[in-house]
Design a protein around this ligand. Structure first.
Ligand code: EPU
Length: 420
């Protein structure tokens, strides 16, 4: 298992190119199962989650070929039963269920189970499939959806924490081949859902309203092959912006989409970080002294839960008190105890973290627990004096393309080591 050794205290400077979005490409890869024709996906990030999804598609019978950042998938014939262990390992794999159900009228996958950031149920996905006419059974750790035919329906997908991103993706994909019109209310509005809808539309699907809480899908008989370029990763862009601000550096994000980042950019502005558009790039640097800001994570267009841990690090180096409230996942504060090892003063009170910022951070060995917590630890290590060893870097490799290489390019002293 690799780890990252960071010698901190160096401000980041330079330019970095933002990769394709992990959370857009995973459902788009699943969507290729909807057609027997070849599909081409561009700006595919080199991530372990993406390779893993490729393996899942192959296990279902598809041909999968990676050529640089282009991915070709040809699912001429597919099986409706996913490999139990492959699917169980990655939460994002649940979104193969909608396409399989649409194409084969049945799908059997292992239950994705919980993960370190919370319980992560799939009740809303299943509610959507049922509304389209599928019967759901759970047996031996597998969940099975089966229908004689799928029929369009009006359905409400809101849950405990608001909308569901992959639930919306799954039901939208299932509805593309249903008979009649499906209206999804309380749909997720995330840019990744819009990107998927754009790919499905290129495949011949009839979808309106993606990006709003009401998505309408008019079923068609069949979908065809299509080409698509994945949107840039707004969470990777936010992560580099926060790393630039936390280290008091200046970084230009090439290819970022500020129109997908309003909530993050707004909070950066309030915190005293200047983000300037320069053509298709964003230039990020501090604008005088940092100021504490309160943050609550919410579904899009609110502040993204996937940038909460990284924002907490900026607040930890900002003099004053800030309150960070997590409303999407119930236990997404695993980074707090690790940040304490670097000297951060953070207390958890129910769904909120109270950050008493401004204490100098100093390097320490820390353990990454999930993808975004790991990114936060890396930023903290970059901002801290001395050496930080971030263990279990495989979490980072799931969702950040070449993160150590990109950071080195910005002047960070960071090296990858084999864990002993
Ligand atoms: N929820 C339910 N029932 C469901 C589905 C979700 O109650 O059937 C709840 C969840 O427990 C959570 C909330 O709804 O409280 C939102 O979860 P959502 O379904 O939106 O999450 P997801 O679709 O499983 C995606 C991303 C996550 C990201 C969330 C929220 C992918 C592959 N994953 O997960 O990304 O945090 O949306 O934006 O797209 C990450 O990249 O680090 C990551 C965890």
């Amino acid at each position: 298992m690799d780890s990252l050794l960071i010698k901190g205290g160096v401000p980041l400077h330079g330019e970095v190119t933002i990769s394709g979005a992990k959370n857009a490409v995973l459902p788009i890869m699943a969507a290729t199962l909807l057609t027997a024709e070849p599909c081409v996906i561009r700006r595919v990030p080199d991530l372990s989650d993406v390779k893993f999804m490729g393996q899942i598609l192959m296990s279902l019978g598809a041909q999968v070929k990676f050529e640089g950042d282009t991915l070709r998938v040809h699912a001429a014939k597919v099986r409706g039963v996913g490999d139990y262990d492959l699917i169980r390992k990655m939460r994002g794999s649940i979104c193969i269920m909608g396409p399989l159900l649409a194409r084969l009228k049945q799908a059997t996958v292992s239950l994705p189970g919980g993960c370190i950031i919370g319980a992560r149920p799939i009740n809303l996905h299943l509610k959507g499939f049922e509304a389209l006419g599928a019967k759901i059974t759970v047996e031996g750790g597998y969940v099975r959806a089966k229908a004689r035919r799928l029929t369009g329906a009006d359905l409400f997908l809101g849950g405990r924490a608001g909308s569901t991103v992959l639930g919306t993706a799954n039901v939208m994909m299932a509805a593309t081949l249903a008979e009649g019109v499906t209206i999804i209310e309380s749909a997720a509005c995330e840019p990744e859902v819009v990107d998927l809808a754009n790919f499905l539309t290129a495949m011949g699907a009839k979808i309106t309203g993606a990006g709003s809480p009401t998505i309408t899908v008019t079923g068609v008989k069949a979908l065809h092959g299509a080409e698509h370029e994945v949107i840039p990763d707004r969470i990777e862009a936010a992560t580099f912006a926060l790393a630039a601000a936390a280290t008091d550096g200046e970084v230009t994000l090439r290819g970022a989409r500020p129109d997908h980042m309003h909530a993050v950019l707004d909070k950066l502005h309030d915190a005293g970080v200047q983000v300037e558009r320069r053509g298709t790039a964003l230039n990020v640097r501090r604008n005088g002294r940092l100021k504490p800001v309160d943050i609550t994570t919410l579904p899009y267009a609110g502040f993204p839960t996937d940038a909460q841990a990284q924002m907490m690090v900026l607040m930890a180096v900002t003099p004053g008190i800030s309150i960070i409230t997590e409303r999407i996942f119930e236990s997404r504060f695993m980074h707090v105890s690790e940040l304490a090892r670097l000297g951060a003063d953070i207390e958890i009170e129910g769904p909120s973290a109270i950050v008493k910022g401004g204490r100098p951070l100093s390097g320490a060995p820390v353990m990454a627990s999930d993808l975004r917590a790991s990114a936060a630890l890396v930023i903290a290590g970059l901002a801290a004096r001395g050496k930080t060893l971030v263990n279990r870097v495989y979490h980072l490799d799931r969702g950040y393309e070449n993160i150590d290489g990109k950071l080195r390019q910005l002047g960070a002293r960071i090296e990858r080591k084999e864990e002993t």
